[in-house]
Design a protein around this ligand. Structure first.
Ligand SMILES: [Zn+2]
Length: 293
């Protein structure tokens, strides 16, 4: 007898991949914000309400990343289980860890980030493999609750995927260990990599703050340009979800090269290099470390 698959909604593509890894054949996963999409500024479509209404499980990131989602779930009369994927992680705030560590330039840039920072905590927790291992455990627990008949499959899938994440973590650390810590400073357009910074000791400067809904001011950009010059930052990076003109301007005015494209808040499509979470982390690591060599 064929099994009925469990309908799961994930708020954005990175979570969707994690749900697929743990759920395997027992789930169908719908991402609300698709590949290369911006979860910060998303406007739900009518079909999203239908997907949420029909879902038995909705998996969200949490920490205010999906500001548009509570209203959608309410209007869709969602009756299933909600999993907050990052529940239990060691959170970062902009005002504390993000600003006090590593580098004087990073600390300086944080002063202005606080002006257009909406929440206390940084939601971009998936850019740490340590955190994503907790995401996987939370997703596993949610699936086991909704579908206890397949609990052992979910446990098995999660265990196998956690082993891949352990290997990924080692690979990333090995890559960055080859680069002197003083050279590990780069620029991106929005501040999506503080957890990456904490885990892998790379300092990220970003004119735009932790959400893409606020434009960087001319003063924000000028400040980054000065930091890039003062600190001899080697490379600036475009992102798959943001407007690239600001980064191109910083590159032109400072001579820092554009090191490539980073996948910050969304996976890529199947014909691009970041079509799964593991591929995304591998690609971002290779792109950053190649530019800093
Ligand atoms: Zn973001």
């Amino acid at each position: 007898m064929a099994d009925t698959k469990i309908p799961v909604v994930a708020s954005f593509s990175i979570l969707g991949d994690l749900v697929s890894q743990v759920g395997g054949d027992h789930v169908t996963v719908k991402d609300l914000v698709g590949v290369n999409g911006d979860v910060h500024t998303y406007s739900p479509a009518p079909m999203d309400a239908v997907a949420v209404k029909d879902a038995q499980l909705v998996v969200i990131n949490g920490l205010g990343l999906e500001g548009w989602l509570p209203r959608l779930m309410e209007s869709a009369h969602f009756k299933g289980i909600e999993v907050v994927a990052l529940k239990g992680i060691n959170t970062l705030t902009l005002a504390e860890e993000g600003c006090d560590q590593h580098h004087s330039a990073a600390k300086e840039s944080c002063d202005h980030h606080n002006h257009h920072h909406h929440g206390v905590y940084d939601p971009h927790a998936w850019n740490s493999v340590t955190n994503v291992k907790i995401y996987v455990k939370n997703i596993e627990a949610g699936l086991m609750k909704i579908d206890p008949a397949h609990a052992s499959d979910y446990q098995h899938n999660a265990q196998a995927y956690l082993q891949k994440l352990d290997k990924l973590q080692l690979d990333i650390k090995r890559q960055f260990a080859k680069i002197p810590a003083s050279q590990r400073v780069i620029v991106t357009s929005h501040d999506a990599f503080q957890y990456f910074s904490r885990d892998y000791d790379v300092t990220f400067l970003a004119p735009q703050g932790t959400s893409t809904d606020a434009e960087a001011s001319a003063a924000d950009v000028a400040k980054i340009i000065n930091q890039v010059r003062d600190d001899h930052v080697r490379a600036v990076f475009i992102e798959n979800i943001t407007d690239n003109r600001m980064i191109e301007q910083i590159s032109q005015e400072t001579g820092a090269k554009i090191g490539g494209k980073l996948y910050s808040d969304a996976l890529s499509g199947p014909n691009e290099p970041a079509s799964s979470y593991i591929k995304m982390m591998e690609y971002n690591t290779a792109t950053i470390s190649n530019a800093l060599k």
